[in-house]
Design a protein around this ligand. Structure first.
Ligand SMILES: O=C(O)c1ccccc1N[C@@H]1O[C@H](COP(=O)(O)O)[C@@H](O)[C@H]1O
Length: 241
């Protein structure tokens, strides 16, 4: 089996590491200090951290200083997302030393700016394709933002290096990933895809790993780790190739 990258998630809301259900504001379960959570995933052998500023994504403020502290404390690669929508927020995100950023809302609302930053920053920019069915959602997943495949074609033509694909209906539910969606996105682009949403078991991770030949590069794991469905060590072993 080819190796699948794993990205344990630390989503930050109001200074706390949280998990949401379907990305809905108000559905938070709190898991304490984001720095402690990130350090725990690093100690367990993670090569990547998926770090999200949920307040910035929802437009309820930001956790910028804390996010910078967590990113700065990591020896591993960090993927940063949430509220990166203009030059100032992009500069602040890149200044944390993160390896790459995910743009969500900006890819739907300010496509010219996104094309510009893709041209400037190459594979430091990924686009988060957060979907319900095949409709993209932005602004904390509260607003429709167009068709998945039309947007993907446009971003491909602009040289977008990578996509993080989240099925909102699965996110935070422990109901298993949407393998059909991942296959369909991989069939529509030659660029690597990071899977997000729904992972509940080591078998789910093995199922995602079976799509590496199709173009899936990695998987974000959140709720399952916090709920102790398996350990990160077990997950890394299961997808080590
Ligand atoms: O990760 C979540 O649970 C989540 C829930 C609701 C909104 C956003 C969420 N996460 C990340 O935020 C970015 C989008 O932020 P923006 O639209 O660019 O401000 C997206 O990539 C998700 O990773």
């Amino acid at each position: 089996m080819p190796k699948l990258e794993l990205l344990p998630a630390v989503d930050v809301r109001d200074g706390q590491a949280v998990r949401l259900v379907h990305g809905e504001s108000g559905s938070e379960t709190s898991y304490g200090s984001p720095l402690e959570a990130a350090l725990a995933w690093q100690r367990a052998g993670a090569e990547w951290l998926h770090l999200v500023d949920l307040d910035a994504a929802f437009g309820t403020g930001d956790n910028r200083a804390l996010i910078a502290e967590v990113a700065g404390a990591m020896d591993i690669k960090v993927e940063l997302s949430g509220g990166i929508r203009d030059d100032a927020s992009l500069a602040a995100a890149l200044a944390t030393g993160c390896r790459r950023v995910n743009l969500g809302t900006a890819a739907l609302e300010t496509p010219e700016w996104v094309a510009k930053v893709i041209a400037e920053h190459g594979d430091q920019i990924a686009v988060g394709l957060d979907v319900r069915g095949t409709t993209l959602r932005g602004r904390g997943w509260t607003r429709d933002g167009g068709d998945l495949y039309e947007t993907l074609a446009r971003l491909d033509s602009e040289g977008c290096a990578r996509y993080v694909v989240t099925d909102i209906a699965k996110d935070g539910t422990l109901q298993g990933p949407n393998l059909e969606l991942l296959k369909n996105v991989c069939a529509a682009t030659d660029k690597p895809v990071v899977a997000s949403g729904g992972v509940s078991s080591l078998d789910d991770l093995r199922a995602i790993a079976s799509l590496v030949p199709d173009g899936v590069e990695g998987a974000i794991v959140g709720k399952a780790l916090y709920a102790k469905a398996f350990t990160l060590e077990e997950a890394l072993q299961a997808v080590s190739g």
